[in-house]
Design a protein around this ligand. Structure first.
Ligand code: ZN
Length: 316
């Protein structure tokens, strides 16, 4: 696996409960995740570093500082991560990382607020950055093999019922392609026109793939583009699996359903503006469903290191 999976997976499961309740344990947990047994300077990379101690007590300094003997830099494990610019205690970050990675539909900021007894604003700050850390790498390879593709609408409850005609339906179109037995790619799309859906398919799916969709007319004419061909199930005639074959779109529909239920049940509807953040979370959890809880948590903590913030999101 990638660099730095420094605690074994069972270690993570073992250490997380303490890291969620004790600040020093949280700091040490994140240091171990980041540096393993060889802490290094965040500025020059030197390993000639030491923990600063409080001169009176001999304990670690109250800010958990490190110092580099080479470049004299003082720093903490927060530097260069998504938690750099927050003062929220790291034990709350650990708790939020853990909760966000260990349930199928993620966790709501409101729940983190209650459990950690922090403000809603802080909980939201934290969850938005964790979701950002979960966002898929833009350069992920195209999907291969047998691909199910489908579109759906999310949302729809008007925010101000009655008096805002333009916002009566805030439904957002979402496209998804799933590689059977593999990963999915999901994105918000402007509309469900043929040109839009086909453009999304061409970007996400390898040309050698075999494509399966429903019989929505927008997908017509794709067969010559994909070497494995294009099969359809006739949802309009209530055909859900072509008898005796593997031709169905149940996989992509089940992941759509998970998002819909999650959005309504956990997040109580999400506006168009913020939907992409929640999709990052759903997609991460789906794409890493074979990993165990510890592995998923380690993965997001490590992704958080690369994505220091300057939290500028790509436009959805
Ligand atoms: Zn240094």
């Amino acid at each position: 696996m990638e660099k730095g999976h420094n605690l074994s997976k069972s270690d993570i499961v073992e250490h997380i409960p303490l890291a969620c309740s004790d600040e020093l344990a949280a700091v040490e947990f994140l240091e171990k995740q980041r540096w393993g047994s060889t802490p290094c300077c965040v500025r020059c990379g030197s390993v000639d570093v030491y923990q600063m101690k409080d001169s009176k007590t001999g304990q670690r300094s109250s800010r958990y500082l490190w110092r580099c003997r080479d470049c004299k830099e003082q720093y903490t494990v927060r530097i260069g991560t998504v938690y750099e610019e927050s003062r929220i205690e790291l034990r709350h970050w650990c708790y939020a990382f853990w909760r966000a990675c260990t349930s199928k539909k993620g966790v709501a900021a409101l729940e983190i607020k209650r459990h950690c007894q922090i403000s809603y604003k802080s909980a939201l700050f934290l969850m938005n950055r964790i979701r950002f850390a979960m966002a898929q790498d833009q350069n992920s390879p195209q999907l291969k093999g047998t691909i199910e593709a489908d579109e759906m609408y999310v949302g729809g409850k008007p925010r101000y019922p009655g008096n805002r005609p333009g916002r009566a339906t805030e439904k957002v179109a979402v496209f998804c392609a799933v590689e059977r037995g593999g990963q999915l790619r999901r994105r918000i799309i402007a509309d469900v026109k043929a040109s839009t859906l086909k453009a999304a398919l061409r970007e996400e799916v390898d040309r050698q793939a075999r494509l399966i969709t429903d019989d929505y007319s927008a997908y017509r004419g794709l067969a010559p583009e994909f070497e494995g061909g294009h099969e359809t199930v006739c949802h309009t005639t209530k055909e859900y699996v072509r008898f005796g074959t593997d031709i169905h779109t149940n996989t992509v529909e089940s992941t759509h359903a998970l998002v819909k239920r999650g959005i309504v049940g956990i997040y109580h509807n999400v506006s168009r503006e913020y939907l992409h953040r929640y999709l990052w979370q759903f997609d991460f959890l789906w794409n890493n469903r074979q990993l165990n809880d510890g592995e998923r948590t380690a993965m997001v903590i490590q992704a958080a290191e690369g994505k220091r913030l300057i939290y500028r999101e790509p436009a959805a």
